[in-house]
Design a protein around this ligand. Structure first.
Ligand SMILES: NC(=O)c1ccc[n+]([C@@H]2O[C@H](COP(=O)([O-])OP(=O)(O)OC[C@H]3O[C@@H](n4cnc5c(N)ncnc54)[C@H](OP(=O)(O)O)[C@@H]3O)[C@@H](O)[C@H]2O)c1
Length: 326
């Protein structure tokens, strides 16, 4: 029926047409970018957050009557009950839940306070668990739940201990819940962003300069050499939320600019060496440089052993490809 209406009204077909999506922490950063994307794909979206003024700003930015906001703290059970009571009254069901609300303050071991520990585990772990559990009575068969973890959950980074532990718990939840919810055909997947430009860095208790230094340092360890955008996260969430990922459940999707294989300084050093090597190759290609011993060796093989001509030619091309890569 929906499709017939679309054809009649000329409305374009979105990947989430008519779906009802809840985005906790949808008034900022990745949550807000995802809310915008979901609405553009035809979904009805409910965003949450503790700051009502920021919800109002976000709704204005989204600029659609398909989005509403419900203020609340995910760590507060009464707030969650109120959220889902509102959703039930307005939409009657949920198709997609992006459990995204979270925070992070840095503290190395030795400086972790009980208060900081409780705050992280209350919001990132308890808050996320009950955001999901309390949504379940409204979740439709075939629904999709996306948990926002972090690559920090499987990495060791200085001062990230408590935050990383909460995100490791989130990854772990997805694996168990996939089995718990299989009979209801609800898919549960984890998204693990790498460094993404959002207001979160400004909330970590760091000065503006420290944030810049921190970002510059992190960039060195990202193979793609840059920080990601909230819109790139929104695209990945859309994939996990939509039927495009209908046979995917229980995975951890890293959206992190490539798996960081090396610690920051080493990555930078390797990149510099790689560039220098490429420059040397380019210079050699543009000059009438003498052939390398490897080239000579290949040419000799071609002359001396005709049967090996093909093999030698292939080796020669491999060498050329290798030189191209620098
Ligand atoms: N940015 C990164 O590099 C990065 C990387 C990996 C993972 N992540 C994760 O991505 C998620 C989104 O973060 P972001 O980077 O988009 O930062 P952000 O812009 O600061 O967004 C965080 C959102 O969570 C909400 N929130 C925080 N505590 C809450 C609570 N107790 N109850 C309800 N809502 C709460 C915030 O709204 P209010 O302040 O109004 O409550 C805000 O909407 C977080 O879970 C974060 O850990 C971020």
């Amino acid at each position: 029926m929906e499709k017939i209406m679309q054809k009649l009204t000329g409305a374009s077909e979105g990947k989430l047409n008519g779906k009802v999506a809840i985005i906790t922490g949808g008034n900022s950063g990745m949550g807000l970018a995802t809310a915008k994307r979901f609405v553009a794909e035809g979904a009805h979206v409910v965003i949450t957050g503790r700051r009502q003024d920021q919800i109002d700003i976000a709704l204005k930015e989204i600029g659609s009557d398909k989005a509403i906001g419900v203020q609340g703290d995910v760590a507060n059970m009464k707030d969650l009950d109120r959220l889902y009571a509102t959703v039930k009254e307005k939409y009657g069901h949920i198709d997609i839940l992006f459990a995204n609300a979270g925070l992070g303050n840095l503290a190395p071991i030795g400086q972790v306070t009980e208060e900081n520990f409780d705050l992280h585990f209350n919001v990132n772990v308890k808050g996320l668990l009950f955001s999901v559990q309390k949504a379940l009575p409204l979740m439709k068969e075939g629904g999709s739940i996306i948990l926002n973890s972090s690559i920090a959950g499987s990495k060791g980074m200085p001062a990230f201990g408590v935050y990383a532990a909460t995100k490791a718990a989130v990854r772990s939840f997805a694996r168990s819940w996939t089995s718990d919810l299989k009979d209801r055909k609800i898919r549960v997947n984890t998204l693990s962003p790498g460094p993404i430009t959002t207001p979160i860095f400004g909330k970590m208790g760091l000065s503006e300069q420290q944030v810049q230094e921190f970002s510059a340092n992190i960039v060195q360890s990202v193979p793609m050499g840059r920080i990601g955008t909230p819109e790139e996260i929104a695209s990945a969430v859309l994939f996990l939320a939509s039927n495009e990922s209908s046979y995917i459940s229980g995975i951890e999707l890293a959206v992190d600019g490539g798996k960081p294989l090396f610690p920051g300084k080493l990555a930078l050093e390797l990149r510099t060496r790689h560039r220098q090597k490429r420059r040397r190759c380019d210079q050699r290609a543009n000059s009438n440089a003498r052939p390398s011993s490897f080239e000579k060796f290949c040419k000799e093989i071609i002359v001396i052993v005709p049967d090996f001509k093909k093999l030698a030619k292939r080796a020669f091309h491999c060498f050329e490809d290798f030189a191209d890569l620098g």
